[in-house]
Write a protein that binds this ligand. Structure first.
Ligand code: OGA
Ligand code: MN
Length: 209
C-alpha cells in the first residue's frame, strides 16, 4: 500500500461514501504470485459456508464458491497480509476506526458459481467493520461475467457493478452494503478479507475455520 496515496484515497472515500473501487491496486508481481498460489491450493479448497459456529452450514442456494484462509507461512500470502496490514494502520491513523485484525480467504468460483446478495457483518455482531475484495485473474472482460454487484443499504438498484479485472481492490463498510457475485463464464479468483474490531467477551470467529 502506498502510504501517501492509496491509504489517503481509501480513507477519504470510506469517510465520504463508505465505498471505493481501485483498479490495478495490487502490484502486478504480487498478483501473479498469488494467482499461482491459488492454483496450487485449488484441489484442497473447501466449500464455503454461511453463518457462524452452531449456525454454520453449507448452502447451495446462497454461495457455491470454495475458499482457503490465508496465513503467514506462505511468502505470497504473507506479502498480501503485509499489504493489508499497512492499510489497517493507515485507516486507523486517519479514521480512528480501531481496526484490530484482519482475516482473508482465497475464493475460487467455478464457471456458473455465485454468491447471492448478502451483508458481510453478521447481524448482532459488529465484528467485521471493513471488507476488502481483490481480484487475481489476468485479463477479464465484460463477456466473462462474474461481476460484484454492490447495492445501497436499502433499494434494489445497484450502486456499482465491478468486473474482477487484474488487481482491482474494492473496499467498503461491511455492515452497510449488500452485495452479490454474479456467475462467471471462466474460473474466477479473488481474495475477500475483513478488518475486525477486537471481539469483546465473546470469542467467536466469523465464520468458523
Ligand atoms: C465474500 C464476497 C466478493 C467477491 O466473500 O463475502 O462477497 O467479489 N466476495 O469475491
Ligand atoms: Mn461478501
Amino acid at each position: 500500500m502506498d502510504p501517501l496515496t492509496d491509504c489517503d484515497r481509501i480513507a477519504d472515500a470510506l469517510a465520504a461514501d463508505g465505498l471505493i473501487i481501485l483498479e490495478a491496486a495490487l502490484p502486478e508481481g504480487l498478483r501473479i504470485r498469488l494467482a499461482s498460489r491459488i492454483e496450487t491450493l485449488e484441489p484442497d479448497l473447501k466449500r464455503a459456508g454461511i453463518g457462524r459456529n452452531q449456525d454454520h452450514h453449507l448452502s447451495d442456494a446462497v454461495r457455491t464458491d470454495r475458499t482457503a484462509w490465508l496465513g503467514p507461512d506462505d511468502p505470497a500470502e504473507a506479502a498480501y497480509l503485509h499489504w493489508m496490514e499497512e492499510l489497517r494502520l493507515g485507516l486507523n491513523q486517519r479514521l480512528f476506526l480501531g481496526l484490530f485484525d484482519y482475516e482473508a480467504h482465497f475464493a475460487v468460483y467455478q464457471p456458473g458459481a455465485f454468491y447471492r446478495r448478502h451483508l458481510d457483518a453478521f447481524q448482532g455482531s459488529r465484528n467485521r467493520v471493513v471488507t476488502t475484495v481483490c481480484y487475481l485473474n489476468g485479463h477479464w472482460g465484460p463477456e466473462d461475467g462474474g461481476e460484484l454487484m454492490i447495492y445501497p443499504p436499502r433499494g434494489d438498484r445497484p450502486l456499482e457493478s465491478v468486473l474482477p479485472t487484474p488487481g482491482t481492490l474494492v473496499v467498503f463498510l461491511s455492515d452497510r452494503f449488500p452485495h452479490e457475485v454474479l456467475p462467471a463464464r471462466r474460473q474466477r479468483h479473488s481474495i475477500a478479507g475483513w478488518f475486525r474490531l477486537k471481539s469483546g467477551g465473546d470469542r467467536r470467529i466469523d465464520p468458523p475455520r
